[in-house]
Design a protein around this ligand. Structure first.
Ligand code: NAI
Length: 461
């Protein structure tokens, strides 16, 4: 048993960042984690392993489709799926061990086991009870399934099982055209799997700018993904090796059935708070099990909550920012998160990234805005790497030119978006981006050109 200033429960991007920042601010800190490795869903079974597989399979795509035209001739590589998974596991291990190193460096104690809040300022881990002036709940989320769909993580899988399939399936049905469905669908499509995505809405990627979403679907289709939109999955019947997915088309209520070797259920995630002891100590959750907070404070004094267990976007970087803000609040500083400037990225090829308002949202608000668009076809660097298909779209206020939203589909969109984030944090106008010198030849010139398009026009289009 030990006394701490802060005990963080959960070591995902929210929890571990919070713990490190607390320690840096001079607070005696521990982080509870029951998994064998630190890093939570993101590092172990989410963002990081999926990025490894996306990288590996994109490399295969390059070899199969683009190498010959660059004069790189020879047989395309064959896929050793077990080796690809080993590479992914190695990437995960490097990153999880990295957090362990950072904990040691910053003198954060790792309390190994599952933590339960047993009373005010008390956290039980295994047989021991530890005391803390502040407890931060950062227990994350887990996949949510559908009624009539039983997950076995072999034939009917969530993102967790999709990272560990025994072999590359011939046919995969993905339920849900959100981030997980499209990232993992891309991985398997590039490995030669016939991928069909069934989506309830009549468009893919809910919440995304409509124009980007349309272009994204078109490009994914070109890569071999099939889409059935406006279709609600009713049930999945599975044996040990196969499954049948029944869906109902919204337009005429007709039912259809798809055969699959593997079904990926990617219909969202839900807050994970099982066994944390919230009810016992009176921490309020809403009807979806989400902890409602006020500046990350729960209704119980001394208990805070951040990340996927709280309302808002379920994104690692949102959790990280909240982790830092809570640490600063506990240390007596002013913790702050600007929820209006949180980027979202989908790591397919092309990448898709956005920050701020979509055009649809601005229309709904009745706000007068300007659109500046620039195609990557006009960007020399993008064409050189076979990625001229996307575009950058800058939305700025009609009167003041202040940037309201930026949407990118194209090469390295997930990195390019951050110049828009910085600009928006500083309340910049599109003209500020447009007047900033951008190195040539870079993808980022397309962002500048889109900003120029909000004014007197782009140069290369
Ligand atoms: P999502 O919420 O992004 O998409 C789920 C999709 O499933 C929606 O389009 C929904 O309309 C559809 N759906 C729901 N019920 C259905 C039914 N019965 N039949 C057909 N379609 C149905 O959820 P997803 O992709 O599972 O991701 C979960 C969370 O993880 C998200 O909050 C996401 O932001 C986060 N995430 C973020 C990543 C990133 O930032 N790159 C990567 C992976 C996950």
């Amino acid at each position: 048993m030990a006394d701490y200033d802060v005990i963080v429960i959960g070591s995902g991007p929210g929890g571990y960042v919070c713990a490190i920042r607390c320690a840096q601010l001079g607070l005696k800190t521990a982080c509870v984690e029951g998994r064998d490795t630190l890093g939570g869903t993101c590092l172990n079974i989410g963002c990081i392993p999926s990025k490894a597989l996306l990288h590996a399979t994109h490399s295969l795509h390059e070899a199969e489709h683009n190498f010959a035209s660059m004069g790189l001739k020879g047989k395309s590589p064959s896929v050793d799926w077990n080796q690809m998974k080993a590479y992914k596991d190695d990437v995960v291990a490097q990153n999880t061990k990295g957090i362990e190193f950072l904990f040691k460096k910053n003198k954060v104690d790792w309390l190994k086991g599952w933590g339960k809040i047993t009373g005010k300022g008390e956290v039980q881990v295994g047989d021991e009870t530890h005391k803390a002036k502040n407890i931060v709940v950062a227990t994350g989320s887990e996949p949510s399934s559908l009624p009539g769909v039983e997950i076995d993580e072999k034939v009917v899988v969530t993102s967790t099982g999709a990272l560990e399939l025994g072999k590359v399936p011939k046919k995969m049905v993905v339920i849900g055209a959100g981030v997980i469905g499209l990232e993992m669908g891309s991985v398997y499509a590039r490995l030669g799997t016939e991928v069909t995505v069934v989506e309830y809405l009549d468009h893919i990627t809910p919440g995304m700018d409509g124009e980007v979403s349309k272009q994204f679907q078109k490009l994914l289709k070109k890569q071999g993904l099939e889409f059935i939109l406006g279709a609600a999955v009713q049930k999945v019947d599975a044996t040990k090796t196969k499954a049948k997915v029944t869906y109902k088309l919204k337009k005429d209520d007709s039912e259809e059935v798809l055969d699959a070797d593997v079904v990926l259920v990617a219909t969202g995630r839900k807050a994970f708070t099982d066994g944390v002891g919230l009810e016992e100590v009176g921490v309020k959750t809403n009807d979806r099990g989400v902890i409602e907070t006020d500046h990350w404070k729960t209704n119980v004094d001394g208990i805070w909550a951040i990340g996927d267990v709280t309302p808002g976007l379920m994104l690692a970087h949102k959790a990280e920012d909240e982790g830092m803000a809570v640490a600063e609040s506990i240390a007596g500083h002013a913790g702050h998160v600007n929820y209006d400037v949180i980027p979202g990225v989908i790591y397919t090829v092309p990448e898709v990234a956005a920050v701020g308002k979509t055009e649809e949202a601005l229309k709904e608000e009745g706000r007068a805005y300007k659109v500046g668009k620039f195609s990557f076809m006009g960007n020399a660097r993008a064409k050189a790497v076979f990625q001229g298909d996307g575009f950058v779209k800058v939305l700025s206020d009609k009167e003041t030119d202040r940037i309201l939203g930026v949407h990118i589909i194209g090469p390295s969109a997930g990195d390019l978006i951050h110049e828009a984030c910085v600009a928006m944090e500083f309340g910049a106008a599109a003209e500020d981006l447009a007047r900033t010198c951008h190195a040539h030849p870079t993808f980022s010139e397309a962002v500048r050109e889109a900003a120029l398009a909000c004014g007197d026009g782009p140069i290369h289009m």
